[in-house]
Design a binder for this molecule. Structure first.
Ligand code: GLY
Ligand code: MN
Ligand code: MN
Length: 422
């Protein structure tokens, strides 16, 4: 509310989503709403009234014994008031009656126009209701501001509390990757390995992956968003797993790539160690005062030199960078912000168009990769090799902390773990 200065913010949580007929997807709250409230129930709205006498008002589902017998506990306004620290709380059934009064007289409305047509319609209705009372002296907000811009800046820098949860999420996911390595063997199906990941997530209290798990054997690893996970694993292939759990709303995001048989071939090892070196170069650039793009530039430099050495690209490092020829084998960026959303809130450039400077508390992924599809001009021993190595980094006062380092990553470390069976 201090950041708003004046005005009123309307922040609904996410709607429930139907899966089929009367079954719903597992409910996931809206990240902005949750960041500001900690409240996890559906059908809730936060209204923040800034100004000289700021107040927070939560609308939520009323207590309802019948519904609670069928669907489970609800806080109700009184419970929410006591537990979540809002100034006022009302049943969400009274929202249309009370919201116009909270908006009236405020100079600006903070609302995320365009993200949900049903909410746009509802909020527009409140504004029109107030406009109809203009001759009675009711003032209608004159400015509409996207609340996300204010909250994004806050979400970008994690508090020690948030970091504690993210470390716990990272540890669970790291253990899951180790277990996946132990479980992998020729003939197993990709989804059997996915089951190991989910088992480890759930066993530690995570109730969902943070995004659809990618379990991609052999050529499937060259499909960046492969989620079918339904092919058999073959001796001699690599297995790329990109999977992370969500814990108390916070994402982790880890990728490991390892040989199905437990032993890297010479060509696999060459490319793997190249990607690992690129990741190490990127990690060394994560420090306060450095800018967002430095890790990407460092990883790209290492990859391009390796692509040239291995005969994948031709020319000098400068010419390959300039022409973009490397994109055939490395077509994504080296990371993204991480937090409540796997691709978390927050800008990557300043308003002036400069790359953002890293600050302590920011959390990002470092995920270089290399994906080689068969082609006449590509050495055959590299065909169908897809590798990505992804860790989660937290910017500290003098560098960064890799919070996912418990997942085996070196060639020797992976081969060691794979000698153990689950
Ligand atoms: N798993 C999504 C990503 O790595 O960005
Ligand atoms: Mn990622
Ligand atoms: Mn990932």
């Amino acid at each position: 509310m201090q950041r708003m200065g004046s005005g009123v913010a309307v922040i609904p949580t996410a709607p429930e989503a139907t899966r089929n007929r009367d079954s719903h997807y597992p409910y996931r709250f809206d990240s902005y709403f949750y960041y500001l409230t900690g409240f996890q129930e559906p059908e809730a709205v936060l209204i923040l009234c800034a100004g000289p006498e700021p107040k927070s008002v939560l609308f939520c589902r009323d207590k309802d014994m019948e519904r609670e017998i069928w669907d489970g506990f609800r806080y109700g306004p009184q419970g929410a008031l006591e537990k979540f620290g809002v100034d006022e709380a009302y049943p969400v059934s009274r929202l249309d009656e009370l919201a116009p009064g909270l908006i009236a007289g405020q100079p600006q409305l903070f609302y995320t126009l365009g993200s949900d047509p049903a909410w746009d319609h509802r909020v527009t209705g409140w504004l029109n209701q107030l406009r109809a009372q203009a001759r009675s002296g009711v003032a209608v907000p004159r400015a509409l501001t996207d609340i996300r811009a204010l909250v994004d800046d806050m979400r970008l820098v994690k508090s020690p509390y948030e970091l504690g949860i993210m470390r716990a999420a990272a540890n669970i996911s790291a253990e899951a990757h180790g277990n996946a390595m132990r479980a992998a063997k020729p003939g197993a199906m990709e989804y059997e390995i996915e089951a190991e990941l989910l088992h480890t997530f759930y066993r530690h209290g995570s109730r969902s992956p943070a995004y659809a798990s990618i379990v991609a054997g052999g050529a499937n690893a060259c499909v960046l968003h492969y989620v079918a996970n339904d092919a058999p694993l073959r001796d001699g292939d690599l297995l790329l797993i990109d999977a992370g759990c969500e814990l108390e709303g916070y994402a982790s995001d880890i990728t490991r790539t390892f040989p199905v048989s437990g032993k890297f071939s010479a060509a696999q090892k060459d490319l793997y160690e190249l990607v690992l070196a690129a990741q190490q170069a990127a990690i060394e650039k994560i420090r306060p005062g450095g800018h967002w793009n430095e890790p990407h530039e460092a990883a790209l430099d290492v990859l391009i030199r390796g692509f040239i050495d291995f005969g994948l690209c031709k020319g000098s490092p400068e010419s390959v960078l300039e022409s973009g020829d490397y994109r055939r084998f490395y077509m994504h960026r080296t990371g993204h912000w991480l937090g409540l959303d796997v691709h978390d809130a927050g800008e990557y450039k300043t308003a002036a168009g400069e790359w953002l400077q890293l600050e302590p508390g920011m959390t990002l992924t470092v995920e270089p990769g290399c994906y080689v599809r068969p082609a006449d001009d590509v050495p055959e021993h590299f065909w169908n090799i897809g590798i990505r190595i992804e860790d989660d980094a937290h910017v500290t006062a003098d560098g960064c902390e890799i919070i996912t380092s418990a997942a085996p990553k070196t060639v020797a470390g992976i081969e060691d773990v794979m000698r153990q069976s689950i």
